[in-house]
Ligand binder design. Structure first.
Ligand code: C2O
Ligand code: CU
Length: 619
């Protein structure tokens, strides 16, 4: 709802701007009928903006206020000016139009454009500085236009615009209200600081466990997909996806990473695995990137059962896209695995959606009655929709965490966030089963008793499953409401000047590395509010901790408790999540659309006693 409203509001602002400016141009060249039509369009679009703003405010949208106090008044002032000065010319039919009529229409256009520019330039929270600068910008454009139209402008007008500009610019340097930073904890006594590099994993497995030792060498290679097609990739051990790592609960996982020829360096990040901080693979934060010729050994206990994945965190957008990722699956101790257990990383290579290494349909023979578990991993940067046709099934785990009381699903669409995992379980029926990505009938997995791949029905109109209503609730939620730390993150885009001007992805108006850290103390109960003010989905991902979903758009989940490491904050959504701070370190907290992260949408969650001496620049 909010997403549609904000999109409609943006469209109306565009139409109003185009309408007024178009009317000015056509009136100036004497095309009266067209000018009338464009004026009517501009007026209708302006009224539509009033309606969308009122509705957004009624829906409780966080940012309706700035529309009510700034952009709407500007829009109306421009419209009234145009009505008075240009109305008689346009609708009275007097020809040819004079300077003031055309200039007033242009003014209305600038005022309408402010509604477009303001959200672009200004982050959250909106400041007086930004508001005054916006007014000054509109005023200056207006003055220039009126002079060009040879209309005398009162000195007072010029003075007011100048004043707005000066005060606005001045206020930009006054540190304003910041958003909730959680209350920065007190300074530490000297000698209490712990460096990240001291937070290493154990060197022995748990009793009864074994050591799972692997060597992964990052290098460029040409990989062959199942169809025979070849793709230039960045690989671990010449494969993309990299080697499938498996372990049993209690094992020690020990992986030595080497880099042969990935010039900008690589790391291994264990996505969703709450490893000790120095094993987390965040370059510039928990280690230096591993450059060609170097190595780094990661060690951690396999103490979380389920479906995970690993990927490079250095130049992560490019690196992961090119193939520097693989799967990590940990089985419970003592559970004999029966049936078919498939791990399926789904990735886009050179524009093709690939299941593992299958760029076309993969058909497998499975006898009826076999227990089947499909572990789907979305290794792309955008969400993907999956459907399972031909059988009833259960979504038994999300992000490696078992759901409580998952009910039977059938004709449902499963939307999997970037970086997220879904485990589907069912008993193989007598007929064929198909796993589709994006409802694409030409790719995906087919299971059947005879190994054939019969035609699949179209699944595109299956409705999307709402995870917050799936499964059954369990016990009282954790004691949130009494948390001792609360952070707010408003996600958006905006022009940022630090580190060279760019159109960045921002958190509370700032872009990494300029984003202030969220500072916590060990054992804090932390609540985080995440608001998406923009027009793109942001899959939010915190390292080192799983978060419990407390509410989405003000509504607590009614189904199974949801423990996630990646949750999709779609345009207009407001999420509340919580976690207990039990894993000391300096942790990345970022959007898992890795292109967004590279353009600033990241910050650190820092335990107050931990310091990092790595400053590699996390790019
Ligand atoms: Cu899967 Cu910080 O990443
Ligand atoms: Cu994002």
């Amino acid at each position: 709802m909010i997403a549609q409203l904000t999109a409609a509001d943006l469209a109306a602002a565009l139409l109003a701007t185009a309408g007024w400016i178009g009317a000015a141009v056509t009136l100036g060249s004497g095309r009266l009928l067209l000018a009338r039509a464009l004026c009517a369009l501009a007026v209708a679009a302006s009224l539509a903006r009033v309606a969308t703003t009122v509705t957004l405010a009624a829906e409780g949208w966080w940012f309706a206020q700035e529309k009510v106090t700034l952009t709407l008044p500007l829009l109306l002032a421009g419209g009234v000016t145009a009505a008075i000065l240009a109305g008689p010319r346009v609708f009275g039919g007097a020809r040819p139009a004079g300077g003031p009529a055309v200039a007033s229409l242009l003014t209305a256009g600038y005022a309408a454009a402010a509604g477009l520019i303001f959200p672009l330039l200004i982050g959250y929270p909106a400041t007086w500085s930004a508001a005054l600068l916006t007014v000054a910008l509109v005023g200056a454009a207006t003055l220039v236009t009126w002079r060009a139209a040879q209309v005398r402008v009162a000195r007072a007008g010029t003075a007011l615009v100048a004043l707005a500009a000066v005060v606005g610019a001045g206020l930009a340097f006054v540190p304003g209200d910041t958003v909730d930073d959680g209350g920065v904890p007190s300074r530490l006594a000297a000698g209490q600081a712990r460096p990240v590099s001291a937070l290493r994993g154990p060197t022995e497995p748990a009793p009864g466990g074994t050591v799972r030792r692997h060597e992964l060498t990052a290098r460029r290679a040409t990989i062959a997909l199942a169809s025979g097609r070849t793709v230039a990739a960045w690989t671990y051990n010449g494969q993309a996806p990299g080697p499938a790592l498996t372990a049993t609960e209690g094992d020690l996982i020990e992986v030595t990473l080497r880099n042969k020829d990935i010039d900008r360096g690589v790391t291994l990040h264990w996505h969703g695995y709450d490893v000790p901080n120095a094993e987390d693979g965040a370059p510039g934060v928990t280690q230096d990137a591993v450059l060609p010729g170097q190595e780094y050994t990661y060690r951690f206990l396999a103490n979380q059962v389920g479906t995970y994945w690993y990927h490079t965190h250095q130049v992560s957008d490019r690196g992961v896209r090119m193939g520097l990722y693989g799967t990590l699956v940990v089985a419970p101790r003592g559970a004999a695995s029966t049936g078919l257990d498939l791990t399926i990383p789904v990735h886009t290579f050179a524009g093709m959606v690939v299941f593992g290494t299958h760029d076309r349909v993969e058909a497998r023979r499975v006898s009826p009655g076999t227990p089947v578990r499909l572990r789907i991993i979305n290794t792309d940067s955008v969400p993907r929709r999956f459907t399972l046709a031909g059988t009833r099934y259960r979504l038994v785990a999300v992000d490696g965490n078992d759901l409580n009381g998952p009910g039977e699903l059938g004709r449902d669409g499963l939307r999997l966030p970037a970086g997220g995992r879904y485990d589907l379980a069912f008993t193989m029926p007598d007929g064929p089963v198909a796993l589709l990505a994006g409802d694409d009938l030409m790719t995906g997995l087919r299971l059947s008793p005879d190994g054939s791949a019969p035609a699949v029905e179209n699944t595109a109109d299956w409705p999307e499953l709402d995870l917050t209503r799936y499964g059954t609730a369990r016990g009282p939620a954790a004691p949130f409401g009494e948390e001792n730390r609360h952070f707010t993150m408003v996600l958006d885009r905006g022009v940022r000047l630090s580190g060279g001007p760019k159109y960045a992805y921002t958190i509370n108006g700032r872009a990494y590395p300029g984003t202030p850290a969220q500072v916590v103390r060990a054992n804090d109960l932390v609540r985080v509010t995440v608001v998406n003010r923009g027009f793109e989905t942001h899959p939010w991902h915190l390292h080192g901790h799983r978060v419990l979903v407390l509410a989405k758009d003000g509504r607590a989940p009614t189904g199974s408790p949801l423990l996630l490491d990646t949750f999709d904050v779609r345009p207009g959504e407001v999420w509340e999540v919580g976690f207990r701070a039990t894993n000391p370190g300096v942790w990345m907290n970022h959007c898992h659309n890795l292109a967004h992260a590279d353009l600033g949408m990241a910050l650190h969650l820092t335990y107050e006693e931990v310091t990092s001496s790595f400053h590699d620049g996390h790019s």
